[in-house]
Design a binder for this molecule. Structure first.
Ligand code: SF4
Length: 355
């Protein structure tokens, strides 16, 4: 029988699980404290649990859902890309991104992806499977342990492999665990879900009282339907017009601007004309959005090219001239192909081997 992994349970479920065992209710808080606050790496370290309980947990539950295969640290900016092996042999990646005043982790939510963006390596073999909640949470816990408490990870971006809103239930539970005061206790404002723009799923998330309110980023990547459809097949059924209408209609709080992610690909969507069309598309809703311009990170199997710096800056300038907040996100860890959202597998030989 498949063993339960306690990191698949939100706090309420953990309390019920503890209750089923006829243990005192406070055991749920104790277990949570060890798992999420102390971030221990074994049940033996949970010293205020009785030996019987620890033995029960050891025998009947799974502790780790990921095994570190290798990691690679960028010499440019200190970001670290991790490659993990799952129980079924599949591999996924996460990226630790140190920034001036905080640290971020970019987590994966699926093995592969069905969305099919033409500029993304992850989708080459389609979707293999959804990650479990524990597999998402363990990326955070294991990376935090790896970088040490002095490098506390306060921000989480769901921008790694996969479309987070296509793995809705497991992602929702991961966010519940991340924001629960009894569990990881991260600030809602520091968690970002990045979607390719599946309208029904975005609405579902906003209307779901059980989904903690977190930030939303949407991969726009074009300023008209024709170009978007050519690089993001999802746009055939979720048109740019419907997508923008939906985003414009979402309840809006100043502190929660929607991030429009725009991967700039040379001669595909990076012209001055494209920038002007983007200004028009955003229209009078300038306060609602922030635009993140991400120069394309080339990889071997792709014919797309990265625009030169001047072109990227010109694009940004046009947005600025129209009072649209726009940032250029030069991909972190360019030397290790670690751009979130287009993480790509690299020959394991190029990593520092751990196992
Ligand atoms: S960019 Fe994101 S949504 Fe698009 S194929 Fe890649 S992983 Fe999927």
């Amino acid at each position: 029988m498949e063993k339960v992994n306690l990191k698949d349970l939100n706090f309420k479920e953990l309390e019920n699980w503890v209750k089923d065992k006829n243990w005192h209710k406070f055991r749920a808080k104790q277990i949570s404290k060890w798992l999420y606050n102390k971030k221990v790496s074994s049940y033996d370290e949970m010293t205020d649990l009785s030996k019987d309980i620890r033995n029960y947990l050891k025998e009947n539950t799974e502790f780790e859902s990921l095994k570190l295969v290798s990691y690679e640290k960028s010499q440019i900016d200190g970001s670290i890309k991790f490659l993990w092996r799952l129980k079924d042999g599949n591999t996924i990646e996460s990226v630790f991104i140190p920034e001036r005043d905080h640290n971020t982790i970019c987590v994966s939510t699926q093995v592969g992806c069905a969305v099919g963006c033409t500029f993304c390596y992850t989708t080459k073999d389609g979707l293999i499977r959804n990650l479990t909640t524990a597999e998402i949470i363990d990326q955070y816990l294991q990376v935090q342990r790896f970088v040490g408490n002095e490098n506390r990870i306060s921000n989480v971006v769901f921008m790694g492999m996969g479309e987070p809103l296509a793995n809705y239930d497991n992602v929702r539970k991961a966010v519940q665990i991340m924001t629960d005061k009894n569990m990881l206790d991260l600030s809602n404002r520091k968690i970002t879900i990045s979607s390719s723009g599946i309208i029904a799923q975005i609405l579902k998330m906003y209307n779901d009282p059980e989904f903690p309110q977190v930030r939303l980023a949407v991969s726009l990547n074009a300023s008209d339907q024709k170009v978007r459809e050519s690089i993001m097949p999802i746009s055939k059924t979720n048109t740019i017009e419907d997508l923008m209408k939906t985003l414009n209609s979402l309840p809006f709080k100043t502190g929660y601007r929607i991030m429009l992610e725009y991967v700039l690909i040379k001669d595909v969507n990076d012209t001055e004309e494209d920038a002007k069309k983007l200004v028009k598309l955003i229209g009078k809703n300038k306060k609602r959005y922030k635009v993140n311009l991400i120069p394309f990170n080339p990889f071997e199997e792709s014919d797309y090219k990265r625009p030169d710096e001047k072109r990227v800056e010109k694009f940004q300038k046009i947005l600025w001239e129209h009072n649209i907040s726009a940032f250029i996100r030069w991909s972190k860890g360019r030397d290790i192909s670690a751009a979130c959202g287009q993480l790509r597998k690299k020959e394991l030989n190029n990593f520092i081997k751990i196992t």
